[in-house]
Design a binder for this molecule. Structure first.
Ligand SMILES: Nc1ncnc2c1ncn2[C@@H]1O[C@H](COP(=O)(O)OP(=O)(O)OP(=O)(O)O)[C@@H](O)[C@H]1O
Length: 608
């Protein structure tokens, strides 16, 4: 109870689901929020709880298109009661406020129940000075991008000095992995299409890739014995030095598909020795849209580079910039970064770009859409960045809308290869999808009913807004379901704790916004529940892809409200029927198949 990070709502403490958790599951207090040492804060908590209910049942528009961000206001980042601003570009936190809780202490009040435009608080920063971090007065500049995820801790708001704990470095932890599922072999039957001139032939085994010995050892230690389709095709393409855009279903091994050939090249061609220097010159830059995902990619890179002289480094927003710089200065061959932090570090001249030979965009469609596209364009035109002819550019995702494929052309050599594994943008067929028609007002009841029936099975519940994530997580805690939450307004430390509590099974339910929709690879997630359906079908595909990974079976249940979800009905029918037909075809023929038009690919290489 004395740990600041578990602090409840009240002066100098943060409020959040952890607080609720602490309360419900550790302190056995019934108020729903953590009790502070004074009775005062508890009464405030009760007020908060009522307001929470008001939020859920009020008339606030959840998809209003504008968003509050930043410093203060409702969980508004890092200030206490400061002003919050609207960033028109941000898309995720759209609910007008009826609850105003500062992250770092105290609470503010809404200026009006349906005030979508601004909120005022009382001051700029709360009194909380947390574990491993401090609050420094900041300007609260607007976020630079549209993600709903305030990706970068430096460009907006007060500086954050959170230093993430180093990952465990014993061999057992580095190579910890989960088992492939019963459907892993089914991957062999999936149709793959490669387009572009002179693609190298696919390989069938790791041995055929002729990778260096250390890599082969690491692959074995990681428990990989067979290639997945995206690996069979992408590894030889990357080894041949070709640019690549690859699209393969969620959970099918895209990360290793780019890491292994890059590491092999780096081992064989040699790298700059990793030693202390003010400015480092990495050979490879990998960019991904969220902090947790880039951290995961870094851990994979570290695993496969184990025992070599290649040093991967990860930097991301929400952590102390000085820490990122120190990590880089100790040597950096592979830089894994979120876009905001990357540009910041380049601006500080801690990274020189002229040795970059590989540029990887994971979740490439997201990296090139309106949110991140401008940053990526800046990156490729930074001084020193080799032109596309002199670097290898690789893009991976499970979805690749055609308009984004066209944009991607600017980053890739014209003769790039396009690999489509199964249907581009199709859902993973190992996920059993269920759609339930549930009205807004029955959703909570239905959620509790489902969670009580599946008991302790690990479940991710997706909601549309950050505020709702807090609200639903708190509500579930009150229903005695151990829950935590992750969203872009939680501090990085809280986000990492939430993920850890979920991974470890301490909290088997994770309520999340779309910030957790892409890429996260968490063992044993058996269910995904779309409490709110997302605004796009691609987002749906990524969300449900958090389960049913690597040949394991998963279940996804989506609440469909005919009033608010009609926009997604049509694409949803397509995704469902494609998955269903695919399942029938596999079970009937046990092999790849074509539809009557001779093409099962939902979209293809746009150059055709
Ligand atoms: N050949 C393989 N054999 C066994 N396990 C594998 C293999 N390739 C990848 N995996 C494991 O499968 C899991 C999913 O891989 P990964 O996260 O790379 O999927 P992904 O295709 O990038 O998914 P997403 O689209 O959700 O980002 C990881 O735990 C990874 O270690």
């Amino acid at each position: 109870r004395n740990q600041p990070m578990r602090g409840g709502f009240g002066t100098g403490r943060s409020f959040g689901n952890r607080a609720a958790l602490g309360n419900k599951f550790e302190e056995r207090n019934n108020s729903g929020f953590q009790r502070d040492s004074t009775g005062d804060s508890q009464s405030r908590s009760r007020t908060l709880s009522r307001r929470g209910a008001g939020f859920q049942e009020g008339n606030c528009s959840e998809r209003s298109g504008t968003q509050r961000r930043g410093t203060g206001g409702f969980r508004g980042g890092r200030g206490g009661f400061g002003q919050s601003h609207i960033n028109e570009n941000e898309q995720q936190e759209q609910q007008s406020g009826s609850i105003f809780i500062s992250r770092r202490g105290g609470f503010g009040g809404p200026t009006g129940d349906n005030d979508n435009n601004k909120s005022r608080g009382f001051g700029r920063q709360g009194g909380y000075r947390g574990y491993n971090e401090e609050v420094i007065a900041g300007s609260g500049r607007s976020s630079w991008k549209s993600d709903g995820e305030n990706e970068d801790g430096d460009y907006q708001g007060p500086k954050v000095t959170y230093v993430p704990p180093p990952p465990p470095d014993n061999e057992e932890a580095i190579f910890a992995h989960y088992q492939t599922g019963i459907n892993f072999d089914k991957y062999d039957t999936i149709l793959v299409e490669v387009s572009g001139l002179d693609p190298p032939p696919a390989i069938l085994t790791f041995e055929e890739a002729n990778l260096c010995q250390t890599l082969i050892k690491n692959i074995a230690k990681a428990g990989y014995s067979k290639l997945t389709p995206v690996q069979k095709y992408s590894i030889p393409i990357i080894l041949a030095g070709r640019d690549l855009m690859a699209c393969a279903q969620t959970g099918s091994g895209k990360t290793a598909a780019f890491l292994l050939p890059i590491l092999d090249h780096m081992m064989k061609d040699g790298i700059t020795a990793s030693h202390f220097r003010e400015q480092q010159e990495p050979e490879c830059i990998i960019v991904a849209p969220t902090r947790e995902l880039i951290n995961q990619i870094f851990l994979e890179a570290r695993k496969f580079a184990y025992g070599t002289c290649i040093r991967p480094v990860v930097i991301y927003g929400g952590t102390q910039t000085g820490h990122s710089i120190r990590q880089i200065m100790q040597g950096c061959n592979i830089l894994c970064a979120t876009p905001g932090r990357l540009m910041d570090i380049i601006g500080k001249e801690k990274i020189g770009l002229h040795k970059v030979r590989y540029l990887v965009l994971d979740e490439a469609d997201r990296m090139l859409d309106m949110g991140f596209g401008p940053e990526m364009k800046k990156l490729i035109s930074c001084p020193g960045m080799p032109s596309k002819d002199r670097r290898q550019t690789l893009m991976f995702s499970a979805t690749f809308p055609e308009e984004i494929q066209r944009l991607a052309g600017e980053f890739l050599k014209p003769e790039y290869l396009f690999v489509a594994v199964g249907q581009v943008g199709g859902a993973c067929s190992d996920v059993q999808q269920t759609i339930l028609q549930v009205s807004q007002y029955s959703k909570r009841e239905k959620l509790v009913e489902i969670l009580q029936s599946i008991r302790d099975e690990r479940t991710m519940v997706f909601v549309e807004t950050k505020k709702k994530a807090d609200f639903i997580a708190t509500f579930l805690c009150q229903e005695k379901i151990a829950t935590t939450s992750i969203h872009g307004d939680r501090e990085q430390r809280e986000r990492e704790e939430a993920l850890w509590d979920f991974r470890s099974g301490k909290c088997p339910v994770l309520v999340a916004t779309s910030v957790a929709a892409r890429g996260l690879d968490i063992e044993n997630v058996q269910h995904v529940i779309n409490f709110d359906l997302p605004s796009t079908i691609d987002e749906y595909v990524h969300r449900i892809g958090r389960t049913g990974r690597c040949g394991n079976i998963g279940k996804a249940i989506s609440f469909f409200d005919s009033v608010s979800d009609s926009h997604i009905a049509q694409p949803l029918v397509k995704v469902l029927s494609d998955a269903w037909l695919e399942e029938i075809a596999f079970s009937t023929h046990g092999m790849g198949f074509s539809n009557p038009r001779g093409n099962i690919f939902a979209s293809v290489d746009t150059r055709k």
